[in-house]
Design a protein around this ligand. Structure first.
Ligand code: SAH
Ligand code: SF4
Length: 413
């Protein structure tokens, strides 16, 4: 979402004749786009902003901090980093050219962090990439108790169907082959009677996109209609990212996730039964406040039984202002240890799953040069490397012959 926002900002600036700089030393304006989802991301952004002080002291420079952390910590940033010129939340990017105009005329300390309505309708990005993202919703209404997103990005709103189609069509005609439809919970998309399965079907059928995916599905809303649409449209990839978060019903309730372990398992079974080759990935949070050893072990047992193809695993991060922020946190060393155990177990599962790919053939879309070869992706979003130097954007059937590190390697067949 954050990368996609940076692309939106770039498009807004390019339309106003600003040019992208290759390196900081060559640039007159730097915008730092920030994420608030975990404390670690914020600390890294703040650390990076401090390194820009020297650059900002040169003549004719302007420094902006934008995005979710800018929205959350505007006051703190302006007082601790007085060399920052402007601070904008995630809904204020259309105004960047206007604010830059004011800064050129000598104004500094502009703060604009209102959020709630912006969809960036009409801004259709151009792209030189093989795979790209298209945002279909902004914001979120779910208020999972640990999550800062609804506070910093505002409530859910859905982008008009025509606007999504226009952007996908433009990306397709500029050579993009793999598009991920993006939303905090794509399943809540709703625009003038078009729900998410319908939108997915329209984009798959009316745009000529080679591969279509979506991210993220909230397990509470994921339903069989999506499985049907995927089965009936060959260009929709059979990759499901369904963040589980925890394997304990009590923790899921405290997280305000609105599904139980049993509900989740039923959905996974439906996917596996209907699409045996499906790739299923997830997000897990360990060390949520009050999580007991037994409850953590329930998560471990569940990930062992489901065998996710991949997982983003996080230690719980306290986010001020959220409901979970009011609960007593677990000691840091307990949280760290649980994350270590989880990562170890999930790594073994990934290793096993990757080894199972050996001897099988996959359709691979090649996306970038790799050391001694070319790197591509399967429909299931798995990286694959071949030793040949292939054209970026080409598609081949690849027989997997081995594993290098965590990445399957193969030969074109
Ligand atoms: N909208 C998506 C996720 C957005 S944030 C969804 O509902 O799945 C991406 C992931 O970051 C979440 O799935 C969660 O696992 C993690 N995350 C969010 N807030 C967190 C917090 N306070 N501490 C640790 N992980 C968090
Ligand atoms: Fe955060 Fe939950 Fe919304 Fe995802 S669905 S963005 S985790 S509040």
């Amino acid at each position: 979402m954050n990368k996609n926002d940076s692309d939106v900002i770039q498009e807004i600036l390019i339309e106003e004749n600003y040019l992208p700089a290759e390196r900081i030393e060559e640039s007159d304006i730097v915008l730092v786009n920030t994420c608030s989802v975990r404390n670690h991301a914020e600390q890294r952004a703040l650390g990076y902003i401090s390194t820009l002080k020297k650059w900002r002291e040169k003549k004719g420079k302007a420094l902006g901090v934008v995005g979710c952390m800018a929205k959350r910590l505007a006051g703190e940033i302006i007082s601790k980093y007085p060399f920052v010129d402007f601070i904008l939340g995630p809904d204020s990017y259309r105004k960047i050219p206007r604010y830059l105009g004011s800064i050129i005329q000598g104004q500094t300390k502009i703060i604009d962090t209102e959020v709630g309505n912006e969809l960036y309708t009409g801004i259709c990005r151009k792209s030189k990439k093989v795979s790209d993202f298209v945002s279909i919703t902004r914001g979120c209404n779910n208020f999972c108790s640990y999550c800062i997103v609804p506070f910093v990005r505002g409530g859910l709103r859905s982008r008009p169907v025509e606007d999504i189609l226009k952007e996908v069509n433009e990306l397709v005609s500029s050579g993009v082959k793999d598009i991920t439809l993006l939303g905090q919970n794509v399943n809540e998309y709703h625009y003038q009677g078009v729900d998410f399965p319908k939108l997915l079907e329209i984009v798959a059928r009316e745009t000529g996109i080679f591969r279509l995916r979506f991210l993220t599905s909230h397990p509470k809303d994921f339903d069989e209609e999506i499985i049907r649409v995927i089965k009936e449209n060959k260009n929709i990839c059979e990759w499901f990212h369904l963040p589980l978060q925890s394997g304990s019903d009590r923790i899921l309730r405290l997280m305000n996730r609105k599904y139980s372990k049993a509900d989740y398992l039923i959905k996974i079974e439906k996917i596996k039964k209907n699409i045996p080759d499906a790739t299923i990935t997830t997000d897990i949070i360990v060390g949520f406040p009050t999580e007991t050893e037994d409850e953590f072990n329930e998560t471990i047992e569940l990930i062992k039984s489901i065998e996710f193809d991949d997982a983003y695993m996080y230690r719980y991060s306290y986010r001020p202002g959220t409901k979970a922020g009011e609960y007593p946190s677990l000691p840091e060393d307990v949280i760290k240890e649980r994350l270590k155990i989880l990562i170890e177990i999930q790594s073994q599962i990934i290793k096993k799953k990757t080894e199972q790919m050996i001897g099988r053939t996959y359709e691979v879309l090649f996306e970038e040069k790799a050391e001694n070869g070319t790197r591509g992706k399967t429909r299931g979003n798995k990286d694959v490397i071949v030793t040949q130097k292939l054209r970026i954007g080409s598609v081949y059937k690849v027989l997997i012959t081995g594993v290098r590190g965590r990445t399957p390697i193969g030969e074109i067949v």
